[in-house]
Design a protein around this ligand. Structure first.
Ligand code: C2E
Ligand code: CA
Ligand code: CA
Length: 566
C-alpha cells in the first residue's frame, strides 16, 4: 500500500496499440490502483523489460503484428514461473484459450471487461504470492535434503542421485572419496565448534581444486567425495594429487597450526553394473587400501575386495594353510638409536599361496579380522614365535620378539592367557606386542584390562602405526604402554617433508614427556637415521638395517653381539 492508501501495481503490458495501453491504465486506476505501466510489443523488448525489474503482473494482447501471446507467454515463463500472466484480448476462441492456460497463462479477460479484470488481478496476485512461498519452501526442503548443513556442499543423497543418472546413461565416471585422517583427534582436542570451522576450511580448499567439470560433495563429518566424468587413470590421479596438495599446507584453528592428512580412494564405473552404492563402497574400500599401503591414494581392486567371490575362496585356503608351511614368519630387527645395537625383532607373517604366489599380510590379515579367523591366526603366530625363540636361545640368541595383535585378539581371554604362558616359558627373552592405535580405541575398557595384565607379566606394549589413527598422546598416557611406533608414512619422507619432520619431532618430544619410548619404523636410509638420532628417538626399524628375514638368516646376521655401524 502507498501513503495515499492505494496499492501500487507494476504492470508490464504486451500490446501493439498505444490507445489500448492508455485504456487499460485508466481502468486499473479507476479500480483503485496506482499504476506504473510499461508497454512492449516485441520479444526483444519483453526480455529486456523482464530483466530490468520485478513486475507484479503481465497483461498481454493475443495477436500483434510481429508477436503473439503464446510466444510472449513462453518468454515470461522462462524468466519467472510464478509471475501472473493475463491475456487481455478480443475473442480468441475456446481452443486458443485452453492452449494458453495449459502453457501457464493464469486467466483470459475480454478487452474492456473491467468487472472481470479487477477480481482476476486480486486473485492472481494472491495466488502468485502463495506459489512463490510454496516454491521457496520446496527449495528450502530440497536444499536440506541435498546439501550438507555444515559446508553447504551437495551431500550423499545428491551424489547417489547424480551417480544414478550418469550410470544410467552409461557415462564413464570415476568416484573419489577423500578421507581426512586425524579428524576425530582434532574434534576431541579442540572441541566441535573448532572442528566444524576446520571442516569448512577444508571444504574451501577443495572447492579451489580444478575438477574439469567434476563435482565436489560432502558426505559426512570427515568424508568428502569428487565425482568425475572420466575414467582416464592419469587425469583422475592428477586431480587426486591436486586435492591432496590443496590440503597439505597447515590450517590454523584456535590459534594453532594444524596439519590435516588425507587419503583418497578411487573407483571407476567400469564393471559396476550401474549401481551407485557399489561404486561408493568400492571407493571407500580403496581408501582403506591406501591406508594399508601407507599411500595417499589408491584405486579399488577387485582382487583385494574381501566380499568378492575370489576372496572368499582365498579365505577358505587361508584356513587350510595355517598349519602348513605356506604360512610362515619373517623377522625384522629393531635397532637402538643411536648405537645401532639390535635390541629385538618384529615377527611378520607371510603366505606363499600355491597358485597366487606371495600374498602380502595387509591383504589376508584384514580378511582374517573380518571373518573371525584372526584369533586362530594369532594363535599360530604365537606358537611359532615361541618355538623360534626357544630354538634361537639354544643357539645363544636371546632377544625379545614382538607379535602384532588385532583389536579382536585383545578381548579373547584364551589368547591373552597363551601370551602370558609363552612369556613365562621364556625366562631371559621377552615377548612383546604391537597394537595399532585404532585397535586400542575399539573397546578401550577391555583393551585397558588386557594391557594391564600383559604389562604386569613384563610384556612390552608398542602402539603401532602411530600418527595415522585417531588417538592423541594424551589418551595414550592413560594406557599401560611402553612405546609408540611412529608410522612409516611419516618416517619414509622425513628428510623431504617439512610436515612429516614436524610430526616426527613433536611426537618424540611429547612421548618422552609422558615417559614413553619412541620407535620409528620405515627407516630406509642413513639420513633418516641421523635425523632420528638428533631428535633422540629411542629405536628404529626399517630396510636401512634389514628387510624382514627368514629366521635362519636373521640368526646369522644378528647372532650374539651383532650391531650396525650406523
Ligand atoms: P606393521 O606392523 O606396521 O609392520 C611393518 C611393515 O612395514 C611390514 O610390512 C614391514 O615389512 C614394512 N617395513 C619395514 N621396514 C620398512 C621400510 O624401511 N620401508 C618400507 N616401505 N616398509 C618397511 P609387512 O610385513 O608387509 O606387514 C604389513 C602389515 O601386516 C603389518 O604392518 C601388520 O599390520 C600386518 N601384519 C603382519 N604380520 C602380522 C601378524 O602376525 N599379525 C597381525 N595381526 N598383523 C600382521
Ligand atoms: Ca607392527
Ligand atoms: Ca606400523
Amino acid at each position: 500500500m502507498t501513503p495515499d492508501g492505494l496499492s501500487t501495481l507494476d504492470v508490464l503490458l504486451i500490446e501493439d496499440s498505444d490507445e489500448d495501453a492508455v485504456l487499460l491504465k485508466r481502468q486499473l486506476e479507476t479500480a483503485g490502483y496506482r499504476v506504473n505501466l510499461e508497454r512492449v510489443d516485441t520479444g526483444g523488448a519483453l526480455i529486456k523489460a523482464l530483466g530490468q525489474k520485478r513486475w507484479d503482473i503481465v497483461f498481454s494482447d493475443f495477436s500483434m503484428p510481429s508477436f503473439d501471446g503464446i510466444q510472449a507467454l513462453k518468454i515470461v515463463r522462462e524468466h519467472d514461473r510464478d509471475l501472473p500472466f493475463i491475456i487481455v484480448s478480443g475473442t480468441i476462441g475456446e481452443e486458443r484459450a485452453a492452449q494458453l492456460m495449459k502453457l501457464g497463462a493464469q486467466d483470459y479477460v475480454i478487452k474492456g471487461n473491467v468487472l472481470r479484470l479487477v477480481p482476476a488481478i486480486e486473485r492472481e496476485l494472491q495466488e502468485a504470492k502463495l506459489r512463490r512461498e510454496h516454491r521457496l519452501a520446496q527449495d528450502h526442503i530440497r536444499h536440506i535434503a541435498y546439501f550438507h548443513p555444515l559446508t553447504q556442499l551437495a551431500n550423499r543423497h545428491r551424489l547417489v542421485e547424480d551417480l544414478q543418472e550418469l550410470l544410467g546413461l552409461a557415462t564413464p565416471v570415476a568416484l573419489m572419496i577423500v578421507n581426512l585422517i586425524n579428524f576425530h583427534e582434532i574434534n576431541g582436542a579442540l572441541g566441535y565448534p573448532n572442528g566444524d570451522q576446520l571442516i569448512r576450511d577444508v571444504a574451501g580448499r577443495l572447492q579451489e581444486v580444478e575438477l574439469n567439470g567434476g563435482h565436489l560433495y560432502h558426505l559426512h563429518g570427515n568424508e568428502f567425495a569428487v565425482l568425475l566424468r572420466t575414467e582416464n587413470r592419469r587425469q583422475v590421479e592428477e586431480i587426486a594429487q591436486d586435492a591432496l596438495k590443496a590440503l597439505a599446507p597447515h590450517f590454523v584453528c584456535a590459534g594453532l597450526r594444524i596439519h590435516i592428512g588425507a587419503r583418497v580412494g578411487i573407483a571407476s564405473s567400469r564393471r559396476h553394473d550401474g549401481d551407485p552404492h557399489t561404486l561408493l563402497q568400492h571407493a571407500d574400500l580403496a581408501s582403506r587400501f591406501a591406508k594399508h599401503e601407507g599411500k595417499t591414494y589408491a584405486w579399488y581392486d577387485a582382487e583385494r575386495d574381501p566380499s568378492s567371490p575370489a576372496r572368499l575362496a582365498l579365505l577358505a585356503d587361508l584356513h587350510d594353510a595355517l598349519s602348513t608351511d605356506q604360512v610362515f614368519l619373517v623377522f625384522q630387527p629393531k635397532v637402538q638409536c643411536p648405537t645401532g645395537v639390535v635390541t629385538g625383532a618384529e615377527a611378520l607373517l607371510r603366505w606363499r599361496h600355491p597358485e597366487h604366489g606371495l600374498i602380502a599380510p595387509d591383504m589376508f590379515v584384514g580378511m582374517a579380522e573380518r571373518s573371525g579367523l584372526i584369533d586362530e591366526l594369532t594363535h599360530h603366530v604365537l606358537r611359532r614365535v615361541s618355538d623360534q625363540m626357544r630354538s634361537w636361545r639354544r643357539n645363544g640368541l636371546a632377544m625379545p620378539v614382538a607379535i602384532n595383535l588385532s583389536a579382536k585378539n585383545l578381548v579373547n581371554r584364551r589368547l591373552m592367557a597363551e601370551i602370558l604362558s609363552v612369556q613365562s616359558e621364556n625366562e631371559n627373552s621377552r615377548i612383546d606386542v604391537e597394537i595399532t592405535e585404532t585397535a586400542l580405541m575399539h573397546d578401550p575398557d577391555q583393551a585397558l584390562a588386557a594391557l594391564r595384565e600383559l604389562r604386569n607379566a613384563g610384556v612390552r606394549i608398542y602402539v603401532d602405526d602411530f600418527g595415522i589413527g585417531f588417538s592423541s598422546l594424551g589418551y595414550l598416557k592413560k594406557l599401560p604402554i611402553h612405546s609408540v611406533k611412529i608410522d612409516k608414512s611419516f618416517v619414509i619422507d622425513l628428510v623431504h617433508s617439512a610436515d612429516s619432520d614436524t610430526i616426527v619431532r613433536s611426537t618424540i618430544g611429547l612421548a618422552h614427556n609422558l615417559g614413553l619410548e619412541v620407535i620409528a619404523e620405515g627407516v630406509e636410509n642413513h639420513d633418516t637415521w641421523e635425523r632420528l638420532a638428533s631428535y633422540r628417538c629411542d629405536e628404529g626399524q626399517g630396510n636401512h638395517f634389514a628387510e624382514p628375514l627368514m629366521a635362519e638368516e636373521f640368526a646369522r646376521r644378528f647372532g650374539p653381539g651383532a650391531s650396525f655401524s650406523t
